[in-house]
Design a protein around this ligand. Structure first.
Ligand code: ADP
Ligand code: MG
Length: 310
C-alpha cells in the first residue's frame, strides 16, 4: 500500500459563506471526508494535515475578549486547542465516510509538535497578523506589557504579528510511523503543528505559525509518502493568476516551477508556499499535486491538477 499525505486548506474545513460555527465546520468537514474516503478505496495509507488559520484566530480572540474573567491562553496552547477540535471533527467525518464504504480502518488525530529553530529569521521579523484589532494606544500598551510585536493591518487597526518559521523536525514522528503502520487514518501536524523550540529544559511552545504546506511536505518526506497532495480552492496553480492571460499549470517540472516562483507568479502566504512545498517534495523523486478537493481523484489519476515532478 502506498502512502499519501493530504494537506487540507481552509475551504475543506469551512465554507466561505455562513457563520463560523462549530456546526457549520462539522458539515463542511463531513463533505470533505467523503472525498478522502473515496480516495482511500484506492488503497492508500493516509495522513491528513489541515490548516487552522481562522480557527486559531477565533480561539485567541475569544480568549483575549474574556481576559478579565479567565487568563488569556498563550498562542501555542491555542494551536493545540485548534488541533483538538478540528481533529475531532475530521475523526467523526472520516468514521462516518469509512463505515459507509465498509472500510474498517481506525481513525485518530495526534496532537503534534513541530520543532522550529529559535534563530529562524522569521522571529526577528514577524509578519503574520493574528487575533484581535486594537487602537494605537492599546497596541502600545500590549507591546510594553507583553512584548508583542504590533503592526498596523491595512487601515483596519493594530494587530499582533508573529513569526512564520520553517519546520525543522516533527516531534511525534515515531508515533506517526507506528500508527500509520497499524493502518490508522491519521490526522497530524494540524495547523502546521504546534511550534516549539528546543529550550534548556526541553521543548518550549512559542508564538509562531508554521505553514501547514511546509509541515505536510516534511511529513511526506519523513514517512516516505508516494504523493504529497495539497488540496485547496483552485483546481490548478496558474501563472498570470487573475489576469486575462492566466494560464493554468498541468504537469510541470521542478525547473519550470522554480522559474515561475522566481518570476513572482504565486502569492506569498497562499499559493507560493504550496508550490515551494511541492518543489521540495518533487526533488526527492516523488510526485506533488496541487488541486481542488473535488478533483483529488482525477488528479491522482493524472487527469488534472498541477503535478510537479523532478
Ligand atoms: P489554503 O487555505 O488552501 O491553504 P490559500 O487561500 O492560502 O489556501 O491559497 C489558495 C489560493 O491562492 C487560491 O484560492 C487562489 O485564490 C490564490 N492564488 C494566489 N496565486 C495563485 C496562483 N498563481 N495560482 C492559483 N491560485 C493562486
Ligand atoms: Mg485559504
Amino acid at each position: 500500500m502506498s502512502r499519501i499525505v493530504i494537506a487540507l486548506g481552509g475551504n475543506a474545513l469551512q465554507s466561505g459563506k455562513g457563520a463560523a460555527t462549530a456546526q457549520a465546520q462539522l458539515e463542511t468537514v463531513n463533505a470533505t471526508c467523503e472525498y478522502i474516503a473515496e480516495m482511500m478505496q484506492k488503497d492508500y495509507e493516509v495522513a491528513i494535515v489541515h490548516g487552522n488559520g481562522p480557527q486559531i484566530g477565533r480561539i485567541l480572540l475569544a480568549s483575549e475578549t474574556a481576559k478579565d474573567i479567565t487568563p488569556v491562553m498563550p498562542f501555542d496552547v491555542c494551536g493545540a486547542m485548534s488541533q483538538g477540535y478540528i481533529g475531532y471533527h475530521i475523526q467523526q467525518g472520516m468514521r462516518k465516510a469509512l463505515d459507509k464504504r465498509g472500510i474498517k480502518r481506525p481513525v485518530a488525530s495526534l496532537v503534534t509538535q513541530v520543532v522550529v529553530d529559535k534563530n529562524d529569521p522569521g522571529f526577528a521579523n514577524p509578519t503574520k497578523p493574528i487575533g484581535a484589532f486594537y487602537s494605537k494606544e492599546e497596541a502600545d500598551a500590549l507591546a510594553a506589557e507583553k512584548g508583542y510585536t504590533m503592526k498596523e493591518d491595512a487601515g483596519r487597526g493594530w494587530r499582533r504579528v508573529i513569526a512564520s518559521p520553517l519546520p525543522m523536525r516533527i516531534q511525534e514522528i515515531d508515533t506517526i510511523k507506528y500508527l500509520l503502520a497499524g493502518n490508522t487514518v491519521l490526522i497530524t501536524c494540524g495547523g502546521g503543528g504546534i511550534p516549539v523550540i528546543e529550550g534548556a529544559a526541553g521543548l518550549e511552545g512559542v508564538a509562531a505559525v508554521i505553514d501547514k504546506d511546509f509541515s505536510a511536505e516534511k511529513l511526506a518526506e519523513e514517512i516516505g509518502a508516494e504523493v504529497l497532495m495539497i488540496l485547496t480552492e483552485v483546481e490548478q496553480a496558474a501563472i498570470h493568476f487573475g489576469k486575462p492571460n492566466q494560464e493554468n499549470l498541468g504537469n510541470i517540472t521542478v525547473a519550470q516551477a522554480e522559474k515561475y516562483i522566481a518570476e513572482g507568479h504565486f502569492a506569498p502566504g497562499s499559493m507560493l508556499p504550496k508550490v515551494q512545498a511541492a518543489v521540495k517534495f518533487a526533488k526527492t523523486g516523488k510526485r506533488a499535486i496541487i488541486t481542488a478537493l473535488d478533483k483529488a481523484i482525477p488528479a491522482l489519476e493524472g487527469k488534472t491538477g498541477t503535478v510537479v515532478t523532478i
